[in-house]
Design a binder for this molecule. Structure first.
Ligand code: MTE
Length: 332
């Protein structure tokens, strides 16, 4: 800001407001960088340094899962992590019950070995992957994502996995493959709620091919530096950070490529409430409640303020272009 000081009526900066030459030079360099796109890279390095400061505590309950911190743009949020105990005890995994505490109490019955994931449908190379081989397919990365549930709560979780795109490339989809479907385990012997009629089992989800190929879509094997606890979808799940949590199917056994948009479990159960896209969108309310704000798990308490929900859960810069020209009210 400049103030009028001179008798001559000219504007002079007060000393503290005169930009020192070095800073000025810095700004010029910054502007040049911005023009070349190098500023993005510089900011990314800064973000990485900041993120590294946020050390993930390994809870030491399960086997360690080594990973390097991801450098993919948007893959590491600097927000405070949700505590492991909350992330592993406040869950939606209806195969084990509908209460938030049911999965942590009941999912010990889930047998995660042997585990095979079948890749089928419109691909050149269909196949069956033993979980051990699937885990070796690409280097593991740690990503710190916000997870926003359609019910109005959110968490910040350090996941471990690699981009789903790596597996898709390996399968070599045919040109006719437009969608990817995820089918999860439905074993009535180990999953007490699979006999119930809340959903049409197996739990099924799907993505459009470009969504599935997006570098933020993570084939996930661990969290907090360890393999996934059963209640969070062991031994392998998907995490799609810009969509409501229910798109992130747990305990996957089949990945199918198709030309038609697949039917998804929640869409079948209540089509007017849960669409195929389910992108986080504060401007499109659920028919029974607003989606404008959210409660961050761990910030509860009488005076805890709700947070504003962000468009695409804060990943608009990375994924917004996937939906250019689409009516997001119709394609909810
Ligand atoms: N996957 C399966 N197989 N069954 C489920 O009931 N619930 C979904 C999703 N994946 C669900 C599932 C919902 S509604 C949410 S919010 C997330 O898992 C929760 O993941 P989290 O428990 O790891 O936070």
């Amino acid at each position: 800001m400049l103030i009028r000081t001179g008798r001559d009526g000219h504007d002079h900066g007060v000393p503290s407001e005169i930009t020192p030459r070095a800073v000025h030079e810095d700004r010029r360099t910054l502007l040049k960088w911005m023009a070349t796109g190098a500023a993005g890279a510089a900011l990314a390095t800064w973000a990485q340094r900041e993120a590294l400061a946020q050390q993930v505590q390994r809870p030491g309950k399960l086997a360690a899962l080594q990973a390097v911190r991801s450098t993919v743009p948007g893959a590491v949020t600097m927000e405070k992590l949700t505590e492991y105990k909350d992330a592993a005890s406040y869950n939606n995994f209806y195969e084990f019950g509908t209460d938030k505490s049911d999965p942590a109490e009941n999912a010990h019955t889930l047998k995660t070995r042997p585990w095979v994931v079948e890749v089928e449908g419109l691909v050149k190379k269909p196949g069956k992957f033993a979980i051990e081989d699937l885990m070796k397919l690409a280097p593991m990365e740690e990503r710190i994502y916000r997870l926003r549930c359609v019910e109005g709560w959110s968490m910040v979780i350090p996941w471990v996995g690699y981009p789903l795109a790596k597996l898709i490339e390996k399968a070599e989809p045919l040109g006719s493959a437009k969608f990817v479907e995820f089918l999860t385990l439905a074993d009535p012997k180990t999953m007490p709620f699979v006999g119930s009629r809340v959903l049409d089992w197996p739990y099924a989800e799907g993505l459009r091919m470009d969504e599935a190929m997006h570098p933020l879509t993570l084939l996930t094997f661990g969290m907090y530096g360890e393999v996934l606890p059963n209640q969070n979808g062991a031994p392998v799940r998907i995490v799609v950070p810009w969509k409501y949590g229910f798109k992130s199917a747990k305990s996957i056994v089949k990945i199918r490529f198709s030309e038609q948009m697949p039917h998804t479990a929640w869409n079948k159960a209540a089509a007017q409430e849960y669409g195929f896209y389910s992108n986080v969108n504060p401007n499109v309310d659920h028919p029974r409640w607003s989606q404008a704000t959210e409660r961050r798990i761990g910030e509860d308490g009488l005076f805890a303020k709700k947070r504003k929900t962000l468009m695409f859960n804060g990943y608009e810069q990375q994924v917004g272009q996937l939906y250019a020209g689409m009516d997001l009210k119709k394609n909810y």
